[in-house]
Design a protein. Structure first.
Length: 583
């Protein structure tokens, strides 16, 4: 699947890279098959992965040459591009990768394996007097995770939505602080909204704890990884010479962490510090290259972490067809998902809709207009209790928490998701239909109550790329309301002068990638992509199917209550898959 405009630019990048390789590392035997291989590797990088599988099930689209993968492997071996320690590519069994990314990934994995054996920190502090914490209500895997923090330097905690990852993290922290009350602990996530959600979830879990460490737990700082590392202009203030002052760090939403960010974290985190890495292995890889979390979930890697690699399977939320379809995307071929989706009942909490191509669906238009009307009414109510003349300063923290929180939480009543930003049923097309064709040029035309997204990190304002806010006021009184993490790691509601934001865009709809780390009551998914046919004989998903599955899984698991997926009717008329299903 091509998402956003990256792939439109990628063809030029791939062509330029291939020509550069031909000049700098002339192949011993030239072949047009080599250009196919370069294209496939670059497409993989654009999707967050660092390697490709050279087998018949992973044939890339739009190949120039026939004979994948045998002819392409033969051309690679004849080129010399696999020979020696300075070759541009590495082939291990049937897995091909760029040497640079392969070595960086191996370096990170090696670092984590070494850290996993570091068990001195808590073991040295445990004593017969240490009372075990109450694990009542936890399942077997959760209990194993809590106890693993004592003897595992790195803990991999994976699971889907509703499997109790956060409640397990709270118990892990409680156990660690029971053993060593002076432990320096931190919470982190890749984005501001994910960090805010993590902190809110942990605080909610702490309220159920009656024992002494609850006070220490409530004071644990939580922030983005970039803020922990002191990111500034492409570099980090925290490094091996200026390390983080932490004994234990929990990192949530690991599927969003790329290889460069993970390297920076490991460099800044003292070797004796413990790591708890948490995430859903079925979500999309990070936008930047190097899906470290997906690599850690592979069996040949997980085995090194022994009892420190725990997958939570039991689901504690009754999510009906939404849950069963999410599981199908994880366990079966893509065809099975569409099969069951088109057979769900009218009362199911996830449904497919057909609509005319080139038009924004009427149901989406109606629901989004109602949603925006509700948000506008809430902003009007907030304006009544704000000072008549707002401070002209760039930011104003407001103490009317209940009203502001109601607005920000109401944004999560509805989320509209698109696979890409540009083109048919892209994010921009939704915005044009509601805000006009020139919506990018003048934010002053956006009505009050319009959800907005910060699209660049601005630590001085407490904002991170992907944070969602809302338009408040008109004219000189116009402000943007955001929930931000302060320097003291506290969540506050903040009014920000629009002139201070470097990059802001409307968020009536957002890309599925940008939605990671977020949730909403209702989710609407616009799916313009082709639904390819599968056969019973082809049990394995192609690389394209795997990416589509992760895209759909990430989209539908953003929903707390219900999902509506829209598909253009042209696909229904011309697609044998849907024709069979509608039969």
């Amino acid at each position: 699947m091509n998402f956003d405009n990256k792939h439109k630019r990628s063809s030029k990048v791939k062509g330029a890279l291939f020509q550069t390789l031909l000049r700098r590392i002339p192949p011993k035997q030239a072949s047009s098959h080599l250009e196919d291989v370069v294209d496939a590797l670059m497409d993989s990088l654009f999707e967050g992965e660092v390697d490709i599988l050279m087998n018949k099930f992973s044939a890339p689209p739009n190949l120039r040459c026939k004979g994948w993968p045998e002819a392409h492997l033969e051309a690679l071996k004849a080129s010399g591009w696999l020979d020696g320690d300075t070759s541009p590519m590495v082939l291990i069994e049937n897995q091909l990768s760029w040497r640079r990314w392969h070595e960086e990934m191996e370096e990170v994995i090696k670092n984590l394996k070494v850290r996993a054996k570091n068990t001195k920190l808590l073991v040295a502090s445990i004593s017969p007097k240490t009372d075990p914490i109450n694990l009542q209500g936890l399942n077997t895997e959760q209990k194993l995770a809590v106890e693993a923090i004592i003897h595992q330097g790195v803990l991999l905690l994976s699971g889907g939505p509703g499997t109790g990852k956060t409640s397990t993290v709270v118990k892990i922290l409680q156990r660690a602080l029971e053993i060593k009350p002076t432990l320096k602990v931190g919470l982190a996530a890749p984005t501001g909204k994910a960090a805010a959600r993590l902190q809110a979830s942990v605080q909610k879990g702490i309220q159920k704890i009656q024992t002494l460490p609850s006070q220490s737990l409530s004071e644990i700082p939580c922030s983005t990884l970039h803020r922990w590392l002191g990111a500034s202009h492409g570099s980090y203030k925290k490094n091996k010479n200026n390390p983080l002052n932490l004994d234990l760090l929990v990192v949530d939403e690991m599927s969003m962490v790329d290889i460069a960010l993970m390297k920076a974290l490991l460099e800044a985190l003292p070797h004796q510090s413990q790591l708890v890495l948490v995430g859903d292995p079925n979500q999309l890889p990070p936008i930047n290259s190097g899906a470290i979390w997906h690599r850690l979930q592979k069996n040949d890697t997980r085995i090194y972490f022994d009892e420190g690699a725990i997958h939570l399977k039991k689901t504690y939320r009754n999510r009906g067809d939404l849950a069963s379809l999410s599981n199908l995307l994880c366990q079966k071929e893509l065809y099975s998902f569409w099969d069951k989706l088109f057979k769900t009942s009218k009362t199911a909490n996830i449904k497919a809709h057909q609509c005319k191509e080139r038009l924004i669906p009427n149901l989406l238009t109606t629901q989004l207009r109602d949603h925006l009307r509700d948000l506008e009414e809430l902003t009007q109510q907030l304006l009544k209790i704000l000072p008549e003349n707002l401070s002209p300063s760039s930011t104003t923290d407001i103490t009317i928490g209940a009203e502001a929180e109601l607005i920000l939480s109401s944004i999560e009543n509805l989320m509209v998701l698109c696979p890409k930003k540009l083109g048919f049923w892209g994010v921009d097309e939704v915005h044009k239909s509601f805000l006009g064709p020139s919506f990018k040029d003048n934010m002053t035309d956006w009505p009050q109550g319009t959800p907005v997204m910060c699209s660049e990190n601005q630590s001085e304002l407490g904002l991170a790329n992907g944070d969602i806010g809302i338009v408040i006021g008109e004219g000189n009184q116009r402000r943007l309301l955001f929930r931000v993490l302060t320097e003291s790691q506290k969540l506050v509601t903040r009014l920000i002068n629009p002139a201070r934001l470097k990059a802001i865009e409307p968020a009536l709809a957002i890309t599925i990638h940008k939605a990671q780390g977020s949730e909403a009551d209702e989710v609407i998914v616009l799916w313009p992509e082709e639904i390819s046919e599968a056969t019973k004989e082809n049990k394995l998903s192609t690389k394209q199917d795997l990416y589509d599955k992760r895209m759909l899984y990430t989209a539908i698991t953003r929903a707390r209550d219900s999902v509506d997926i829209f598909i253009p009717s042209v696909q229904v008329r011309n697609n044998p898959v849907i024709s069979k299903l509608n039969g």
